[in-house]
Design a protein around this ligand. Structure first.
Ligand code: 13P
Ligand code: SF4
Length: 301
């Protein structure tokens, strides 16, 4: 309780705002000013006016996105080692090679990419708007980075576009297995199964719906179902339960954890506010170039 109070006081003193992703531990979600999916957090970062400091509770590519969209602010990530292995699967050099191979293709990068890759991207997307972005870009051929499952999902929705997928994947969503879906269907026959598009195609095909994390929150609110089986990182279930106390939520199989997301703790948030550790620093040229691809995405939202 004391620590929470201390954090709130420090936040006030520093004119800081705390943004948190839906996968953060419950204590972090509780002290955050805003909790959301990657798209909502990117939009929020681009709109912030009255704050000098953003404490970003999520993984590094998300904090970088906030810095790119709000370069005049100090963006602090409480744990510098909170990365995203999926983002690291598309490296700058290999993306340049791919661009050379397909010179007439547009590069669409999932926001789960590092800043240097965003800088050589035509337009970014998130799981919440990937379909819309791919449908609307003025190109027929698209290099889609880095998640092959999200690119499979998009291809089902926009079959008229030629999509060249990258071979990346999220190790957390990869853990969902067909057996788990079958067992869940047997055990809770009245439940809706909703999964993230980072899950394998076989899982997506068996599910009742495919959504980004905040897309799941919206779906649950408007659905008449009383029970839901959730196919994404476990942290989302805290918010689902909190906002829908009359409904029931179950993990699809055993709980799947993103260990990088869980590296942020209240103690580290306090340190981030006190010592301004760790500040996201990016080269100006990278910020300029990457901002274009993110701003283009925000036009399509
Ligand atoms: P959302 O954009 O759905 O929040 O997903 C981000 C992410 O990292 C999923 O693993
Ligand atoms: Fe990256 Fe997967 Fe963790 Fe999302 S859940 S941050 S894609 S490793």
């Amino acid at each position: 309780m004391e620590r929470k109070k201390e954090i709130l006081e420090l936040k006030e003193k520093k004119k800081a705002i705390i943004l948190a992703h839906n996968y953060q531990i419950s204590e972090i979600q509780e002290i955050a000013d805003f909790v959301g999916d990657s798209l909502e957090l990117a939009k929020k970062a681009s709109e912030l006016k009255n704050f000098k400091v953003i404490i970003f509770c999520g993984v590094k590519f998300m904090a970088e996105t906030a810095k790119i969209l709000s370069p005049e602010k100090k963006v602090i990530i409480p744990e510098i080692d909170a990365g995203c292995p999926l983002a690291d699967m598309a490296d700058y050099k290999s993306v340049i090679e791919m661009k050379k191979k397909y010179p007439d293709a547009w590069v669409i990068s999932y926001v789960n990419t590092n800043a240097d890759v965003k800088a050589i991207t035509d337009v970014c997307c998130t799981s919440g708007n990937a379909e819309k972005v791919v449908r609307n870009v003025p190109a027929k051929k698209i290099i889609f980075l880095p998640d092959k499952n999200l690119s499979w999902y998009v291809k089902q929705k926009v079959p008229e576009k030629e999509i060249i997928p990258w071979n990346g994947y999220c190790y957390v969503h990869k853990k969902f297995k067909v057996e788990e879906v079958k067992r869940a269907k047997e055990k809770y026959s009245d439940a809706e199964i909703i999964v993230h598009p980072e899950c394998d195609p076989e899982i997506q095909q068996l599910a009742d719906g495919i959504y980004s994390t905040s897309g799941m929150l919206k779906k649950v609110k408007i659905s008449n179902s009383k029970r839901f089986i959730i196919g994404t990182e476990e942290g989302l279930i805290y918010r689902l339960k909190k906002e829908n106390p009359e409904k029931e939520f179950y993990s699809l199989g055993f709980p799947k954890i993103c260990y990088d997301m869980k590296k942020i703790t209240l103690e580290k948030v306090k340190r981030a506010l006190k010592e301004e550790k760790y500040e996201i620093i990016l080269e100006e040229e990278i910020i300029e170039k990457a901002r274009k691809s993110l701003e283009r995405m925000l036009q399509y939202v």
